[in-house]
Write a protein that binds this ligand. Structure first.
Ligand code: CP
Length: 315
């Protein structure tokens, strides 16, 4: 059954209750197993992507189509943002036109929260939209990618019926990774131990509640899940020491523990974070399963946010 909660937006993991996280995961797996989706016919969603995307963009589009909603690509370079329109005004006009949701990917930290008026709320003058419109974070800067963390959680829940005491190791460019930060926030709600392994240049000391480690082989001992991250070349100034990285941090057929699963949010830099041999082996299949689960997870999120107050008819 689609969960009965009052979720209006999806900004970050922090703003979700543990019950909402579990409800999204359970519903995603129900949908994957053939449950009938709710109908969002008559709902209109704008895809506002300032950064490139394959998995997030198309799995949101696929999810909206499966739910019967109408989906529109907001071409950022052809929009009036290029004439200097404020982003709040853009969203407010989309709400006036009749949109019910904006799915936003941006490199600007805090843009989505600011658009919801938190900044102006502090000054006592919260801005209202023309009519109710949901904002959904599809990846923001280096800080948050909540729908990726949720689909990763769905994948973990599917593979391990009991989450208690699992050991997860995150490897790589943690400093620039919004995926790592959202995953850590989410996994800290459960009894899953998270170890972060990175060279000094990819560490982020602001991340708490994890164990930091520089030695990959030590970190991988007892790992149940190994989550490799993409090196975010576009966010890094200066030279990246690929040779050093590959020698010390690449996940290979040899160092991946036999019983551990391998995850990666994608896109993968082949033969940098993970060897091609491993990606193309049975062990690499879960990375595609993550992309597959992204559709059902986003359907569950959209159902939760966009269903009518009185409930919605099944398709
Ligand atoms: N994992 C992820 O966000 O992939 P895309 O950039 O292709 O959406």
């Amino acid at each position: 059954m689609a969960a009965n909660t009052k979720l209006e937006h999806l900004i970050d993991i922090k703003s979700l209750s543990t019950e909402e996280i579990l409800a999204i995961a359970d519903r995603a797996l129900e949908l994957k197993n053939g449950a009938k989706p709710l109908s969002l016919k008559g709902k209109h969603a704008a895809m506002i992507f300032f950064e490139n995307s394959t998995r997030t963009y198309f799995s949101f589009e696929m999810a909206l189509n499966k739910l019967g909603a109408s989906v529109y690509n907001f071409e950022t370079s052809k929009s009036s943002l290029s004439k200097g329109e404020d982003f709040f005004d853009t969203v407010n006009n989309l709400s006036a036109i009749g949109f019910d949701a904006c799915i936003i990917r941006t490199s600007k930290e805090g843009l989505i929260k600011r658009t919801l008026g938190e900044r102006t709320k502090e000054k006592g003058k919260e801005r209202e939209f023309f009519k109710k419109i949901a904002l959904i974070n599809a990846g923001e800067g280096t800080s948050a990618h909540p729908t990726q963390a949720l689909l990763d959680f769905v994948t973990i829940k599917e593979k391990f019926k009991n989450l208690d005491g699992l050991n997860l190791v995150i490897v790589g460019d943690i400093r620039h990774s919004r995926v790592a930060k959202s995953n850590i926030e989410l996994l800290n709600r459960f009894n899953i131990s998270v170890k972060c392994v990175a060279p000094g240049y990819f560490k982020d000391e602001n991340i708490k509640n994890v164990e930091w480690c520089e030695n990959l082989n030590e970190a991988l001992e007892n790992a149940d899940i190994v989550m490799a991250l993409r090196i975010q070349k576009e966010r890094i100034q200066g030279i990246i020491e690929f040779e050093d990285y590959i020698k010390n941090y690449q996940i290979t057929e040899e160092n991946l523990p036999k019983n551990a699963i391998l995850m990666h949010p994608g896109p993968v830099n082949r033969d940098i974070e993970v060897t091609s041999g491993l990606l193309d082996s049975k062990k690499g299949e879960i990375i595609l399963e993550q992309a597959h689960n992204g559709v059902f997870t986003r359907m569950a999120i959209l159902e939760m946010i966009l269903k009518n107050e009185k409930g919605v008819n099944n398709v």
